[in-house]
Design a protein around this ligand. Structure first.
Ligand SMILES: [Zn+2]
Length: 297
């Protein structure tokens, strides 16, 4: 009798997933579901993070990942370990690396900023994506300033804080847990991607984020420290990067440099070891140069 109870306990223990450390291997590469604080998770594929807000009436996901397979892996992890239905998918950037995964959420209510919808539609038309895929990836609901979901007693604020990484980014703030999911407004200890971004607005957007009163800031890219409150320092470092980029380009403009001369001159040695620095240094100079000189409205 005692033996069988012991066996049962062992069997139960084996079945209980250690959510904070759960790592799965699957065809999309290494993925991991990690609890940040109770009720809040990040599903990561490589350095890409997707946010998961859990309530007693289902979950809200921020940003599907870069393929249907990765999106499917996330849904499997939610189904197997969180065991709640996905009630909504909020998408921030329209770029493929966070919207191809929408295909795995075809049955889920999708929400995004109105500029996100416009830009995603244009991108898919340019890439001659099938009508069926377009329908599966596009949002069902758009918004201009904010939309608030009330789910399982949780207030989930989906906010537009102005142009930043794109002109249609969304962030999600959950006031009762003082956690904000910043999507690609926040590259943690990585150089930023700014091909479609607006650096000066990005700084203002981060100021608006600061005003929310959050304690935890979840990035779309990069690691989250063991103590998630340390994400604040990471965000401060990221904001400083934007300031350093702006100031260096502004200095060249003040000296009368053309855009190409600024590209030839401006370097940020303190960031050159970061992922994406080589690919994005020139892009960052050009985008800031154009905004600072009024060429990019
Ligand atoms: Zn993006």
């Amino acid at each position: 009798m005692q033996k069988s109870i012991l066996g049962l306990v062992i069997a139960l223990l084996c079945c209980v997933p250690a959510l904070s450390q759960q790592v799965q291997r699957n065809p999309v590469g290494q993925t991991a579901l990690r609890q940040i604080i109770p009720g809040h998770y990040v599903f990561s594929s490589g350095t890409f993070n997707s946010g998961i807000i859990v309530t007693s009436e289902g979950v809200v996901v921020l940003d599907a990942l870069n393929s249907e397979a990765a999106g499917r892996a996330e849904r499997d992890a939610i189904a197997n370990m969180i065991r709640q239905p996905v009630r909504a998918l909020v998408s921030s950037t329209f770029h493929n690396n966070y919207t191809k995964g929408n295909l795995a959420f075809a049955d889920v209510w999708k929400i995004g900023h109105e500029n996100y919808r416009t830009d995603l539609l244009q991108l898919m038309q340019r890439e001659k994506v099938s009508a069926e895929e377009q329908k599966a990836r596009l949002p069902d609901q758009t918004f201009r300033d904010r939309v608030t979901l009330h789910l399982g007693g949780k207030e989930i604020q989906i906010l537009y804080v102005g142009r930043a990484h794109t002109r249609g980014d969304s962030i999600i703030y959950v006031p009762q847990d003082r956690i904000v999911y910043l999507s690609e407004l926040f590259f943690a200890d990585q150089f930023l991607y700014i091909d479609d971004g607006y650096g000066l607005d990005w700084l203002k957007a981060l100021d608006a984020v600061e005003g929310l009163g959050a304690e935890i800031f979840v990035p779309a890219h990069g690691p989250i420290p063991a103590d998630p409150r340390e994400t604040r320092q990471g965000l401060v470092r990221f904001r400083q990067m934007l300031v350093d980029i702006r100031d260096a380009v502004q200095k060249e403009i003040a000296r009368g440099a053309t855009e190409d001369q600024a590209v030839a001159t401006v370097r940020w040695p303190q960031y050159e070891k970061m992922q994406a620095y080589n690919a994005q240094r020139e892009v960052a100079v050009r985008r800031f140069y154009r905004q600072l000189t009024g060429a990019l409205p």
